[in-house]
Design a protein around this ligand. Structure first.
Ligand code: TXA
Ligand code: MG
Length: 343
């Protein structure tokens, strides 16, 4: 444990205050750690070309050193320069340009061979680097003022749910980082889709808001969807334990089995419509049970999920039951997250 993090207070900054954004920029230039808003989740930013700054990120998050980070920047040209396409085919370079032009700024991370200037610490010694251009005005401004990219893992302690508000960031990192910029709740609410472009395949390593079909449409070729494997995770260091709220237990239910368990003291997360339907069918839930309502549509559900996981922590002695929305097929990427939370 590095005590230095417990001595400093985390400064709270506002994304609409120019003075605050300049303060964030200065802290980053001095090698500090600043949590920044993006459209997906809040990221813990540090100088992506400085090994000293990057090692502070791993310490503050208690992140295993074998889990590589995503470099964030603000232009296609800067992103291109973080890669080494000199040894790849023209086709691979074209894949990069097609995806970048179509989805950036936005919730897509692209992995390809890394340029020499990317420190091995950022990629956990891998020869490939992950790069993204996030879509958030304040963070975009900060990136444009800096002459280096930022590493930005989600701004939470390792294994905990990703933060979608500044308050979530403070919940696990208060006193461990220099500052947080409050940019309001994240609009997408789950992490970016991670896609790896190789010579012979394009592969989704982490599902997200941008799905397989959209990628295939953009590239006009087959994209391999992520196959989940606990033993051999595609993203190195991506342990199966993830997104864990601090509650007694997390259970995932489908519509038919929840009927039998209805009258227990669980915390329930449900799609609004399903929940209300159950209530009229099975009667009032017992006192002492808590329900957290989520939106019916997949986008709303994704946006609200992590907040719901953190809200459930207000009842740490209860089991959190998540009722899978009825049309969960459309929820692909979100389902990946709740299955991990429940594992
Ligand atoms: O939406 C997002 O991507 C957010 C925001 C802040 O940009 N960031 C984020 O970072 O989710 P993080 O560190 O929590 O997740 C990055 C994922 C990890 O699963 C990591 O293993 C994988 O990307 N990854 C990073 N670099 C990689 C590489 N070179 N090869 C394979 N996987 C990589
Ligand atoms: Mg993370």
């Amino acid at each position: 444990m590095n005590l230095e993090y417990h001595h400093s207070k985390t400064i709270q900054l506002k994304s609409h205050d120019l003075k605050d954004l300049l303060k964030a920029k200065n802290l980053l230039e001095q090698g500090g750690l600043v949590a920044l808003p993006t459209e997906t989740v809040y990221g813990l930013a540090a100088n992506g070309l400085s090994s000293a700054a990057i090692s502070k990120v791993f310490k503050a998050k208690k992140r295993p050193a074998n889990n590589p980070l995503i470099l964030h920047t603000d232009s296609l040209e800067k992103a291109f320069n973080l890669f080494d396409f000199s040894r790849t085919s023209l086709k691979t370079r074209e894949r990069f340009y097609k995806l970048g032009a179509k989805f950036w700024p936005g919730p897509l991370t692209i992995i390809a061979p890394k340029s020499a200037e990317v420190p091995p610490l950022a990629t956990a010694n891998l020869e490939h680097v992950a790069v993204r251009i996030p879509d958030h005005e304040a963070t975009h401004n900060i990136l444009s003022w800096l002459d280096f990219p930022l590493v930005m893992p989600s701004a939470n302690l390792s294994t905990r749910p990703s933060p979608t508000t500044a308050a979530h960031v403070l919940k696990t990192l208060d006193g461990r980082i220099d500052a947080v910029v409050d940019g309001g709740p994240c609009l997408v609410g789950i992490e970016s889709t991670v896609v790896k472009i190789d010579e012979d395949t394009v592969q989704i390593l982490r599902p997200g808001f941008i799905d397989q079909q959209q990628l295939e449409l953009c590239l006009n070729e087959e994209v391999v969807a992520k196959v989940h494997s606990e033993k051999a995770p595609l993203c190195p260091g991506q342990s199966y334990l993830h997104y864990s709220p601090q509650v007694l237990k997390v259970r995932l239910y489908t519509d038919d089995i929840i009927d039998e368990r209805w009258a227990t003291d669980d915390v329930i997360i449900a799609q609004t419509k399903d929940y209300v339907a159950k209530e009229s069918l099975l009667g009032q839930r017992p006192r002492g049970s808590i329900s957290i309502m989520l939106s019916d549509d997949p986008k709303g559900f994704a946006k609200e999920l992590y907040s719901a996981l953190y809200d459930a922590e207000n009842s740490p002695d209860k089991q959190l039951s998540i009722l899978k929305p009825r049309d969960h097929q459309k929820l692909g990427a979100v389902l990946d997250r709740i299955e991990r939370a429940a594992s």
